[in-house]
Design a protein around this ligand. Structure first.
Ligand code: FAD
Length: 341
């Protein structure tokens, strides 16, 4: 019923790919665009020297919702993800407190594995930054940074962080909704040392420090043969206060904070790089999951409409696809009720 209905999905993060996958399964003709060279957005994996690899965005994910549990079980069965059994603690004023025992899953061998799996069989155009979208009589046209115009598409789905969504959609009321949402930044340092950092834990949620999270990336499954790689993530407050600081200054400050957390010196650095996630996370509970304007054929989804996190992004994408499909099926039923095309 839906064949021939074209959909442009902007963003190949978890939300965009989950949405596209669901639409393709429903018979829609879907093209996904992403400005990045790789897939996954904030579930990214950064490769450095041949033996260094870092999950510098999402660290792990949890699965509570029954639908997302089902998908996670399938990923587990096929080796796309694995459970991270590392010792994860909370550090409060240097006191070690046990963290929750909820299963934590990671992509294999990097966090981008889920996105790569979702994208199988989809038409995805990477390295394509979308700069403008226009709605006209024939549907949506999309303009890229390279001055290419693509389309028209019957339906458009926008899946990136709220501030970028607001900038793209401008005067549409979804742009206004997105402009009220504040996402917190996150400075992340990726580090490898000349010798192993000896600590009795693999990951720590840190309090009362510039850092909010530190983890031995190489303690995750599938990374055991890699060098001892660490990911240090600053708190939202510290990241906001140092948003425009130079990357090397950020690395230095966060290494000092790490030494303070472990109350001792770190081995000599072998590799260090800092990455700024300007629109890192949104952690307010929000159950809308997606916004859909059937009149214009416009859907907006992403983690910021679904409580943040990988699970929320996935469910947001699926719900957007369901809304588009239900609307299209209703349109076709109405058409046939009036005597057909
Ligand atoms: C540092 C950090 C740590 C995190 N830790 C966790 C965690 O441990 N567990 C967890 O569950 N979640 C975590 N999250 C949150 C999780 O990563 C996100 O909730 C989820 O990945 C969001 O997916 P998304 O598809 O909504 O958005 P995104 O992943 O941001 O996808 C949007 C995509 O749109 C693309 N894009 C943007 N602008 C354009 C444009 N103009 N043209 C074309 N493409 C464009 C981007 O390149 C990106 O690929 C973390 C996030 C960060 C930043």
């Amino acid at each position: 019923m839906t064949r021939g209905h074209t959909v442009g999905v902007i963003g190949a993060g978890i939300a965009g790919l989950a949405c596209a996958r669901e639409l393709v399964a429903g018979g829609f003709d879907v093209t996904v665009f992403d400005k990045g060279r790789g897939l996954g957005g904030r579930t990214a994996t950064r490769r450095a020297e041949p033996d260094l690899r870092f999950d510098h965005g999402a660290q792990f994910f949890t699965a509570d919702d029954p639908l997302f549990r089902e998908v996670t079980d399938d990923w587990l069965a096929r080796g796309v993800v694995a459970e991270w059994i590392g010792r994860i603690i909370r550090l409060e004023d240097k006191t070690v407190i046990a963290s929750s025992l909820e299963p934590r899953y990671v992509g294999m061998p990097g966090m981008s594995a889920m996105a790569v799996d979702l994208a199988v069989g989809l038409c995805v155009r990477t390295a394509t930054q979308i700069t403008a979208v226009t709605h006209g009589a024939v549907g949506w046209t999309i303009a890229s940074e390279a001055n290419e115009t693509v389309g028209p598409f019957d339906t458009l789905v926008v899946t990136f962080p709220a501030p970028q969504t607001a900038a793209l959609l401008g005067s549409h009321h979804f742009g206004a909704v997105a402009s009220t949402v504040k996402m917190t930044p996150c400075w992340t340092v990726m580090a490898a040392f000349e010798s192993r950092v000896e600590l009795p834990w693999d990951g720590a949620f840190v309090h009362d420090s510039p850092l909010a999270w530190v983890a031995r990336n190489s303690s995750k499954p599938g990374r055991e043969r890699e060098a001892d790689c660490w990911v240090l993530q600053a708190s939202p407050e510290w990241s906001a206060d140092h948003l425009e600081a130079p990357a090397d200054r950020v690395s230095k400050d966060l290494f000092e904070a790490f030494e303070d957390v472990i109350a001792g010196p770190l081995p000599l650095q072998r590799y260090a790089a800092a990455h700024r996630w300007r629109y890192g996370q949104y952690s307010e509970p929000d159950e809308r999951r997606m916004l859909f304007d059937p009149r214009m054929g416009l859907a907006v989804c992403g983690d910021w409409l679904a409580g943040g996190r990988v699970e929320g992004a996935f469910l947001a994408g699926v719900r957007a696809a369901e809304a588009i499909r239900e609307h299209r099926e209703q349109e076709l039923r109405d058409l046939w009720a009036r005597g057909g095309p």
